[in-house]
Design a protein around this ligand. Sequence first.
Ligand code: SAM
Length: 245
Amino acid sequence: MHQLPLLSKIQLLHAVTETEIETAYGRSNRSFVIREGRFTPAQRKAFEQYWPAYGIDTDELQALDLQQYFSVQQPLVLDIGFGAGDSLLSLAKQRPDLNFVGVEVYRPGIGAVMQRLHQQEINNVRLINADVVPLLENCIASASITGVLVWFPDPWPKKRHHKRRLIRPNFLDQVQRILQPEGVLHLASDWQPYVVDMQEQLAAYPELKPFTSAPHPLAISRPDTRFQQRGLRLGHELSDLIYLR
Ligand SMILES: C[S@@+](CC[C@H](N)C(=O)[O-])C[C@H]1O[C@@H](n2cnc3c(N)ncnc32)[C@H](O)[C@@H]1O
């Protein structure tokens, strides 16, 4: 059965401690920890100013018609855990013929991403501020999505934290369900034990087949980000895992 409803923007703006978020979400083993304190006034202002244009509210247990938030109806790609949004902006510019929905739990950064979308007049991106797992479970229709990108998900390296990793069966079940035939799942990580874990888990999803040739099935290139740079600085190998539904 479903978990709690997703939080409204108002609830999210006021639920500031990890305990409050945990209570509100009602989900243990979450893949994220809310580290930020309250919004700064500037972050709150940016969030409130741009959310009506770029945000998608998800406060009810009901299916979302994502296309209605875009002026042009075109295939949908989810960028899950978009962080500072550098990939999202790059993707939107690379493929103006796709609609991108960014999903992120970290709130203060979202205002800055929306400000950049506004300044750069990018119209094919919308944002959701929610935990992606209940979002997929409750709100996204089957076979409605062309691409799911999860780039540099938090690796949770300690064994006792592995259950917090996002790439787990509850998430992959949903990815398999929402991807349309020929849809693409693209994972990237610089933490090889997680890469191996991802590959082992995906072996249990025969409908998601490894894609190893070039070019990229979505005709995109993964841009450099802070997390990629950090991985390289630490001497980590980068891996991209691409699967076709
Ligand atoms: C390590 S960062 C990577 C950011 C970005 N993809 C990049 O490559 O620069 C992982 C991001 O995933 C977000 N995240 C983790 N679990 C999430 C979840 N269940 N739903 C939505 N976002 C999540 C975190 O808040 C964080 O911003």
